[in-house]
Write a protein that binds this ligand. Structure first.
Ligand SMILES: CC(C)(COP(=O)(O)OP(=O)(O)OC[C@H]1O[C@@H](n2cnc3c(N)ncnc32)[C@H](O)[C@@H]1OP(=O)(O)O)[C@@H](O)C(=O)NCCC(=O)NCCS
Length: 182
């Protein structure tokens, strides 16, 4: 069961079947996908959405659709997920974000991310939330830094699902739950 979150400017709400078209359009934008593995086929987007809803069903939390009330019913997807592969820092819950290009540069990703971190730490009681990306994704790394996440280069790693090519090397950012003892 998924629920909605409100922030000052945004509504984070559950995925609906009708979101697939907007998600597919976002995933067809070369700028959005510059540092992400392509979701070229329509079936790849449907599979991504199926994983999103399965994660909610299996774990009771996941990625939300971000809506700009009164303006746009879909500006992107932000939320939490268990990392699906094994690495030196797993098991771990990651935070991730992906917004339509037209909505970059307004602080929406950071605002939505803050609400989901608050949910992860204060409602789910997670001890830590991580974020990962390729080193060149500076825009995403800036969001991680704005959120207070920390990066130790000694913890960078090779993604086991991408043994070669541009998605091999990854940086790891961590944020501890400040409510819990270190
Ligand atoms: C990563 C991504 C979500 C970041 O989006 P973003 O809009 O740059 O991030 P924020 O929401 O934190 O916005 C910060 C920018 O908004 C500006 N801003 C404007 N109004 C603001 C406000 N009220 N509050 C905060 N920031 C504001 C900031 O100055 C900053 O601008 P800058 O980029 O020129 O420095 C976006 O680039 C994206 O979707 N990329 C493609 C997908 C992707 O790579 N995802 C990550 C995979 S790991």
């Amino acid at each position: 069961m998924s629920m909605s979150l409100r922030t000052e400017r945004l509504l984070l709400r559950p995925w609906r079947d009708q979101d697939l078209a907007a998600f597919a359009a976002m995933s067809a934008d070369a700028q959005v996908m510059e540092f992400l593995p392509p979701l070229a086929e329509p079936e790849a987007c449907a599979a991504w959405a199926a994983r999103l809803t399965a994660h909610w069903r299996d774990h009771g939390f996941g990625r939300w659709v971000v809506e700009l009330p009164g303006e746009a019913s879909f500006i992107g997807v932000v939320g939490l997920a268990w990392i699906s592969y094994q690495a030196h820092f797993t098991p771990a819950v990651e935070i991730a974000w992906r917004l339509l290009r037209a909505y970059w540069g307004r602080g929406y990703a950071t605002e939505a991310a803050r609400a989901t971190l608050d949910y992860g730490f204060n409602k789910l009681g997670l001890a830590e939330i991580v974020a990962v990306t390729v080193p060149a994704n500076l825009r995403s790394r800036r969001v991680m830094e704005r959120l207070g996440m920390t990066h130790d280069p000694a913890e960078d790693y090779d993604h086991p699902n991408h043994p070669q090519g541009p998605w091999k090397r990854h940086v790891l950012y961590r944020l501890r739950n400040s409510r819990l003892a270190p």
